[in-house]
Design a protein around this ligand. Structure first.
Ligand code: MG
Length: 263
């Protein structure tokens, strides 16, 4: 945690390189910090709130439209329109509940890089229902955009689609990647070059030996979606690197209480 990373193309030759230090906590706001301030999930407003709170990460979900726009939304539908079979123009006829339009990934990343030197952008690539070739294209396009925007230092890619993560690593071997499904052992994931596991917490309850195994292999450890203090405490006691939560304020508060108890 708290790794210093050089940003910017030509970081080694240019004096304008920026230094970034991620917040030294484990808090990843799931779909942004949406709940307390009543922001829509996956809105730019929720992302900005996660950054304002000082979360170490803010998670969001990415789909591709029928005309190849990458957009940020959780469900595969938006206002009843299947995103994969709708054009971007059809989607922007509707808004989020706060009046925002559905963010493109470009807009979302640009917003996330603004006045932010501490919050990772945790980019979930949603699986495509339209076949492997399209899934590969989604992964390629996401990595291409991240490169174009020089956003790589911020990004952790996560997915339930193992092959999408492998595709990302082909395009960017240094990418941070975490697998979500929970059906592969840390050793298998590590062998394939994926850098972390982000499993439902119940997977770690059933297979607690995977925690030590992942640490031994140098994998990042993340769990979703943890909203309960007892569970948060269990994961903190087990040294998790990240905890993905709908309740980032609650987890930040718990971390503060634990620091005070120790101090
Ligand atoms: Mg997600």
């Amino acid at each position: 945690m708290g790794a210093c990373i050089l940003l910017g193309a030509g970081a080694f030759t240019s004096s304008i390189a920026q230094t970034m230090t991620f917040a030294p906590n484990v808090v990843v706001a799931h779909r942004g910090a949406f709940k307390t301030q009543h922001h829509p999930e996956n809105s730019v407003a929720a992302l900005r709130e996660a950054i304002r709170l000082g979360c170490t990460g803010s998670e969001f979900d990415v789909h591709m439209t029928a005309d190849d726009s990458l957009v940020v939304n959780h469900d595969p539908e938006f206002h009843g329109l299947p995103i994969e079979q709708s054009t971007y123009a059809q989607l922007v006829a509707f808004t989020l509940s706060n009046g925002e339009k559905i963010p493109t990934l470009r807009e979302y990343l640009l917003a996330g890089m603004q006045r932010n030197t501490q919050t990772r952008l945790v980019l979930e690539l949603k699986p495509s229902k339209m076949g492997r070739a399209r899934a590969d294209r989604i992964a390629d396009q996401a990595v291409g955009l991240v490169k174009e925007l020089q956003a790589a230092a911020y990004i952790v890619y996560i997915s339930f689609d193992y092959n999408m993560l492998l595709r990302i690593l082909q395009a960017d071997p240094r990418a941070q990647t975490q697998y979500l499904e929970g059906d592969r052992s840390p050793a298998v994931v590590r062998k394939d070059g994926i850098t972390g596991i982000d499993y439902h917490y119940s997977v770690f309850q059933k297979k607690p030996e995977w925690i030590a195994e992942a640490k031994q292999l140098g994998l990042a450890l993340n769990a979703w979606t943890v909203n309960d203090v007892t569970l948060m405490t269990w994961l903190l006691d087990n040294g998790f690197d990240f905890i993905t939560t709908n309740e980032p304020e609650r987890l930040l508060q718990l971390l503060q209480e634990r620091r005070q108890q120790k101090g």
